[in-house]
Design a protein around this ligand. Sequence first.
Ligand SMILES: Cc1cc2nc3c(=O)[nH]c(=O)nc-3n(C[C@H](O)[C@H](O)[C@H](O)COP(=O)(O)OP(=O)(O)OC[C@H]3O[C@@H](n4cnc5c(N)ncnc54)[C@H](O)[C@@H]3O)c2cc1C
Length: 382
Amino acid sequence: MIDFTLTEEQEAVRKLARDFAVNEMRPVARHYDEAEEFPWPIVEKAHELGLINALIPEEYGGVGADKLTECLIAEELFYGCAGMGTSLMANSLALTPIILAGTDEQKRRFLTPFTEKPIMASFCLTEPGAGSDAASLRTRAVRDGDHYILNGTKQFITNGSVASLYVVFATVNPELRHKGIIALVVERDTPGVSIGKVEHKMGQRASDTAQVVFEDVRVPVENRLGEEGEGWKIAMRTLDSSRPGIAASAVGIAQAAFEDAVKYAMERQQFGQPIANFQAIQFMLADMAIKIETARLAVWKAAWLWDRGQPSAKASSIAKAYATDIAMEVTTDAVQIFGGYGYTREFMVEKYMRDAKLMQIYEGTNQIQRLVIARHIFKEAM
Ligand SMILES: Cc1cc2nc3c(=O)[nH]c(=O)nc-3n(C[C@H](O)[C@H](O)[C@H](O)COP(=O)(O)OP(=O)(O)OC[C@H]3O[C@@H](n4cnc5c(N)ncnc54)[C@H](O)[C@@H]3O)c2cc1C
């Protein structure tokens, strides 16, 4: 049976997130974008309302939200502001390896503080020389008794300069490629951890993106998630889990652009009538609606599969690639509908377009999503 009815709880969380997006995020979205400032006050309020870290299970002090609920929250937060949305949702990405692969003791130690105070975590996979080919990472973990000595640099790390906890993927032997990768939880105040370059970005400028540098950092073996050699599997499973949320976030940006475009088309007069009367504009708006609706369905399907414990990697990649591609198209068309005004900072559509671009790049570019999808196609055809 197919049922698109949300539970009362999901409806309530969705409304809470929408109200927060409209009343708290939107009024300050332009400020944080222009100032390139980390939105701590927004993080604090979102934490109070339970809109971040929703995935943390109840036994560790969280609410244990399902994937669909997380997607509903993500869509609304990105409707409010994508830069702040990325800041808020990055904890889910960073904490998922602990939720998926941590022992009870590790979960208690590392997850519980996130339910108690508004602190940030980062997922550290990418390196200067290892982006799409993440398995070629070079950050080295050398065993020394009951510690690993960690050396390396992680690139483009969301919340990198503001996080108090890092989940770091490193190799015990680069020749083993993915089989040599381990996942380590590293606390920010461990000697040898420092912040490198902080990026200035085209969009999502309220989010923090930084290099994180590890120099002879002594990490206790008890901070390793899973066994040696399981790090790659943990990273890939984390990304399977997080991609529906990225797709939902892209839908939120597209929805915001669409609503602004509809309103503007009905108000803007040319040739003695609203531009909404022109079929060229109507078709653009209709195409936007088609794309948003189908993308949202792809998100919900991927989340539904994950929540039922069914294989969801292909559906997650389809949702991620499709929703983020249509977000780019919809925001670009929204700028077009605003004409010259759309290209100015007087309206938000230029920001939506800048923000949407990142969605096609992070958490695996859309080329990489298509490789994942193709791999599944051929496996299924065998
Ligand atoms: C703002 C921002 C935040 C980020 N946050 C995080 C984070 O929190 N943690 C983290 O670990 N990483 C993070 N990333 C890194 C992000 O996931 C990578 O940028 C992304 O995976 C691509 O890697 P790259 O930038 O090195 O590009 P490259 O891998 O160098 O790719 C360049 C181009 O080549 C294409 N390409 C590469 N290989 C193939 C192939 N086999 N087939 C076809 N095309 C290919 C890519 O699609 C892309 O178009 C973030 C990046 C940004 C920009």
